[in-house]
Design a protein around this ligand. Structure first.
Ligand SMILES: NC(=O)C1=CN([C@@H]2O[C@H](COP(=O)(O)OP(=O)(O)OC[C@H]3O[C@@H](n4cnc5c(N)ncnc54)[C@H](OP(=O)(O)O)[C@@H]3O)[C@@H](O)[C@H]2O)C=CC1
Ligand SMILES: Nc1nc(=O)c2c([nH]1)NC[C@@H]1CN(c3ccc(C(=O)N[C@@H](CCC(=O)O)C(=O)O)cc3)C=[N+]21
Length: 296
């Protein structure tokens, strides 16, 4: 039987480190770290993430600021809000929920965020620094994926990793971080030929696609570590819906370890977001330009 990687438990360990940073800042007389979340429109999935983030901030002693804007908000108004948040000292981290409505240029919005407050790690300055290995704020989901893998196997240098998905928010940065760990990385996507065969060679398989149970049992090498990033809401019997990952969980019991959905990568994303925010606050408090270094 595959080990089920408990994302909630690993997230709690990270929360403890975050709480220590928060407590030491407050003990030194600083304001608690502040996270501003901007949500444009009312995408129900995004509402859930925002709810989780707000609760986690309360639990760990961070201040949270929510900005819910109408679907029809103009790009100019959103850029003006970001400008204000960049200038506000009590805001250490800014997260603009994506996807944004079609009339707003996402790249322009993400580039408007002060890189020192970009706790999502989506700003080109952070993408570039993380890629170059010169610091930078690491994106939450990819950093969470790597932490989960390392909770099973501390040293992953030399292992063959296959990533399914090449988005800017998950697939590509997961590949970057695994390369930095010394893995030999293959990035696959919708144009990839013989996907199943490529996956079957992986020691580490990360699925970030958004297709329920795309990855079948025979795509997974016995003894592999499987990380399922996918969050797919299906219509359940009572209309409530059920969450399915990108991996057919029941078919991969010959893996060494696998993450469940829910309870795998999702909780890590939230824990990393708060950790990045606390780190950014610590860097601001010590007179730096913001969370440009990572200690893990
Ligand atoms: N747990 C968490 O914290 C998070 C979970 N998610 C979830 O992860 C999933 C991926 O998110 P995201 O990266 O934003 O999604 P995107 O839709 O931006 O990217 C999906 C990627 O999958 C590829 N793809 C699509 N169909 C196939 C296929 N049949 N075979 C191989 N590759 C395919 C696409 O290829 P191409 O580029 O060629 O189109 C693309 O690169 C979603 O389910 C999302 O909800 C996302 C963020 C955080
Ligand atoms: N700027 C930006 N940054 C993001 O990081 C970002 C985003 N936009 N847009 C949407 C995606 C998706 N995402 C998730 C975060 C947590 C869970 C999560 O906590 N999931 C729980 C379950 C949630 C539930 O029960 O509904 C779990 O998997 O256990 C899921 C998905 C962050 N994203």
């Amino acid at each position: 039987m595959a080990e089920i990687i408990d994302g909630r438990a690993v997230a709690r360990e990270l929360d403890q480190q975050t709480q220590e940073i928060v407590q030491s800042l407050v003990a030194e007389g600083h304001a608690p770290p502040g996270l501003a979340v901007v949500l444009v429109g009312n995408d129900p999935a995004s509402e859930i993430y925002v709810g989780h983030k707000t609760k986690a901030c309360e639990r760990l002693g961070l201040a949270s600021f929510e900005h819910r804007l109408a679907e029809t908000t103009s790009e100019g108004a959103l850029l003006a809000l970001i400008g204000e948040l960049n200038d506000r000292d009590e805001v250490d981290g800014i997260l603009v929920q994506v996807p944004l409505p079609d009339h707003i240029d996402e790249a322009r919005v993400l580039e408007a965020i002060d890189p020192a407050k970009d706790v999502d790690g989506f700003h080109p300055v952070n993408v570039g620094r993380v890629s170059a290995g010169t610091g930078g704020i690491r994106p939450c989901t990819p950093a969470g994926v790597v932490m989960l893998i390392k909770s099973v196997e501390r040293d992953i240098a030399g292992l063959d990793a296959v990533v399914i998905g090449r988005s800017n928010i998950v697939g590509k940065p997961v590949a970057t971080l695994l390369l930095a760990e010394g893995c030999t990385v293959t990035v696959t996507h919708s144009k990839t030929r013989d996907l199943a065969a490529k996956c079957a060679r992986a020691d580490i398989l990360v699925a970030a696609v958004g297709k329920p149970e795309l990855v079948r049992g025979d795509w997974v090498k016995p003894g592999a570590i499987v990380i399922d990033v996918g969050i797919n809401r299906t219509q359940g019997g009572e209309g409530k819906g059920r969450l399915l990952g990108d991996v057919a969980f029941d078919e991969v019991q010959h893996a060494r370890a696998v993450t469940p959905v829910p309870g795998g990568v999702g909780p890590m994303t939230i824990a990393m977001l708060l950790h990045n925010t606390a780190q950014a606050a610590r860097t601001f408090a010590s007179g730096g330009e913001g969370g440009m270094t990572q200690d893990q």
